[in-house]
Structures are given as C-alpha cells and as structure tokens.
Design a protein around this ligand. Structure first.
Ligand SMILES: NC(=O)C1=CN([C@@H]2O[C@H](COP(=O)(O)OP(=O)(O)OC[C@H]3O[C@@H](n4cnc5c(N)ncnc54)[C@H](O)[C@@H]3O)[C@@H](O)[C@H]2O)C=CC1
Ligand SMILES: O=C([O-])CC(=O)C(=O)O
Length: 359
C-alpha cells in the first residue's frame, strides 16, 4: 500500500504542530503578527470564511461549535476580548473541514475580520431579570460601533449578521457606521431575528400538535417586546386559532426572551437556542452567497415595507445579501393593531441608534 502523500517533510509537519500548541503571547492588548494562532495550516474544504465577534461568550461558544460543523465554512475566525484561545483550541480539535483561527483583543480585531465573507456579531452584554433590551444600549452600542468600524475598513464586502441587543438600534448603528465609512450596502447588514421565528414555530407546533419543523410562522417588525409581531394568520400549514390561542401565542413569542432571562435568574439570556437560530440564519446567508435559489428567511433590514427605515420581514437571500424584501401580505385586524404599536416603539429605537453615531 502506498503511504498517503503529503507535501511537507515530517520535521516541518512537527514544527507546524508545535507552533500551534505554543501560540505567540497573545494576552489582551499584545500583538504578534498577522496570523495569530492558526490551529491548522491548511483547510480540508473549499467554502466561505466566517468570523464570529464575541466568540467566547454564551452564544459565541456554541455558535462557533455549530459553524465549525457547517460544511459551507472553510475558515472560521473566532474573536473576543477574553478567552479566545481556549475556545479556539477546543473547537479546533473537531474533525470537520473548517480551519479555526483565534484572535484576542482589540489589536487583533482587524486581522479577525479581514477577507471574510460573513461576520456574525454576538458581542456584548446580555440582560438580567427586570431589564429591557434597550437597557443594554449604553454598553452594546459602543461595542457594535467599534466592531463595525473595523469591518467597514477591512471587509466592506462582508455580509454582517447582528445579534447584539438591542437589535432594533444596533442595526441602525451599524448602517450609520458603514455610511460614514462610505461602504454602506443595505443588502449586507442584517439584524438576526431568527430566534423569534424559531420560537414561533415551536410554540405554534405545541399548540396545534404539529412537528415544529413543519411549521412556518413569519415574525415581522423588530426584536423587542411589542415590536416582535408574529403573523399567525399566515402560518403554514394554515391553522385556525381561537382568540385565546392567538393571545397566548402572541404573548409567548413576544416574551420568549424574557421567559429565558427569568429562568436563568441572573446568569444570562438565551444562548443555546440563539446559537441554533444564528447558525440557521448564517447558513441561509451562505447558501444565498453560493447562489442557491429560493433562500427566504425573516430578518431586520433596511426596508421600504413600511414608512420606517428598518423593519423585519421575509427577505430573499442571494449572492449580494438581501436581494428581495417581501411585503407583509394581508394582515387581520389584530395584526394591524399590533403593527401600529410595533412601529411606534421601533421608530424610537431606530432614531436612538442613528443619533448615537451621528452625535
Ligand atoms: N438577536 C437575538 O435574538 C438575541 C440576542 N442576544 C444578545 O446577544 C448578546 C450576547 O449575549 P451572550 O452571548 O449571552 O453574552 P455573553 O456575555 O455570554 O457573551 C458576550 C461576549 O461578548 C464579548 N465581548 C464584550 N465586549 C466585546 C468587544 N468589544 N468585542 C468583542 N467581544 C466582546 C464578551 O467578552 C463575551 O465573551 C447580548 O447583547 C444579548 O442580548 C441574545 C439572545 C438572542
Ligand atoms: O431576551 C434577551 O435579552 C435575549 C434575546 O434577545 C432573546 O432571547 O430573544
């Protein structure tokens, strides 16, 4: 039997492994060249480069794990201001195709986002019981702004998936940063509202005795309280709900995040279901980039579906990012009333985000 062919000499192979087991000193704030810590010199698969910013966090870690399992990903950049190396070492041992590289601290941010196709941002603080998502604005607005400045500079062509709350304001913040840098492409900045859809499908499935994988419930508007507007009249397969069921489902979907925050009792908010939803959404973006037809998901994007500059609705994803935004379709009276409430709160959150960057 012929030995497996390999381009490098055994000594070089060992040296390469040793180099990655003894990474350069990359404590926060220290810098040591562009390729910080490559956990493998060569990738096995051809595919897309994805960066996760906030990769050591509650969402970031399972998200990194699931993206490492995604066959469309060939290179995975993990960036955080703490603990990136541990997460990178851990995930790099998974025998899947993607090469994993870790980046730690602000000085390595630009390297982390250079040349990537998709950037996913779950960086920032989560809620504690009693807080609204807007209460996170003071800390997370600045974090998202800084991260987007680096993306605008180093990867202006990347598709950006924003998870950090309050999404209703952080997406407008990102848009303003890209506008300022002269690199804004509204098709490439997407607020991740997928968890609302995931929850809606689950809860509708529970009520109707359906497999949640067969349920498709559009959720439009935004990602906080009353701005989360499930369109139960458009659920597929078509379902006939009683008013009591509509009230229950609307309330549960709008407050699903708070349900988890309270259950976690001060230790954080949804992380595992969010990582699942983020991967589902990022995978849709990657399939769109690959040129797959008919990739449609809900997302919070620059939009003309209502008079507001940003709104979540069904969008078709393609090579350029958001290639089509679908109208809301027929709403019943209950949903029309919900839409008016949602728009009022959304308008304020959008303005708050825009003003933060323009001030
Ligand atoms: N869009 C959505 O549906 C959801 C959004 N979220 C939001 O996601 C965000 C993250 O949540 P968790 O992962 O649970 O929080 P976490 O606190 O567990 O993790 C956040 C990570 O961000 C990192 N980080 C902080 N500042 C950073 C910076 N300047 N650059 C890079 N990384 C930085 C932290 O070091 C930490 O590792 C929160 O704002 C939360 O509200 C959470 C669930 C659902
Ligand atoms: O509720 C939170 O703070 C986190 C979040 O956005 C969600 O779980 O939908």
């Amino acid at each position: 039997m012929q030995p497996t062919s390999c381009s490098s000499e055994p000594n070089q192979r060992i040296a390469r492994i040793a180099a990655h087991l003894n990474p350069p000193n990359t404590q926060m704030g220290e810098s040591s060249g562009p390729a910080r810590w490559n956990c493998r010199a060569k990738g096995g698969s051809s595919g897309f480069k994805v960066a996760i910013l906030g990769a050591a966090g509650g969402i970031g870690q399972p998200l990194a794990m699931l993206m490492k399992m995604n066959p469309l990903v060939s290179v995975l950049h993990l960036y955080d201001v703490v603990n990136t190396h541990g997460v990178t070492a851990d995930i790099s041992h998974m025998d899947t195709g993607a090469v994993v590289r870790g980046f730690l601290g602000q000085q390595q941010l630009e390297d982390a986002v250079t040349g990537v196709d998709v950037v996913i941002i779950p960086a920032g603080v989560p809620r504690k019981p009693g807080m609204t998502r807007d209460d996170l604005f003071n800390i997370n607005a600045g974090i998202v702004k800084t991260l987007c400045e680096a993306i605008a500079k180093c990867s202006p062509q990347a598709i950006v998936n924003i998870i950090s709350n309050p999404v209703n304001s952080t997406v407008p913040i990102a848009a303003e940063v890209f506008k300022k840098a002269g690199t804004y492409d509204p098709r490439r900045v997407l607020g991740v509202t997928m968890l609302d859809v995931v929850r809606a499908n689950t809860f509708v499935g529970e009520v109707m005795g359906l497999d949640p994988r067969e349920v498709d419930c559009p959720v439009v508007g935004g990602h906080a309280g009353v701005t989360i507007l499930p369109l139960l009249s458009q659920v597929k397969p078509p379902c006939s709900f009683t008013q009591k069921e509509i009230d229950y489902l609307t309330d549960r979907i709008q407050n699903g995040g708070t349900e988890v925050v309270e259950a976690k009792a001060g230790t954080g908010s949804a992380t595992l279901s969010m990582a699942y939803a983020a991967v589902k959404f990022a995978d849709a973006c990657l399939r769109g980039l690959r040129g797959d037809a008919g990739v449609v998901e809900c997302a919070y994007v620059s939009s003309q579906v209502t008079e507001l500059p940003f709104f979540a609705s069904k969008v078709r994803l393609g090579r350029a990012g958001v290639e089509e935004i679908y109208p809301l379709g027929p709403l019943n009276e209950y949903e029309r009333a919900g839409l008016e409430k949602a728009k009022k709160e959304l308008a304020e959150s959008i303005q708050k985000g825009v003003s933060f960057v323009r001030k």
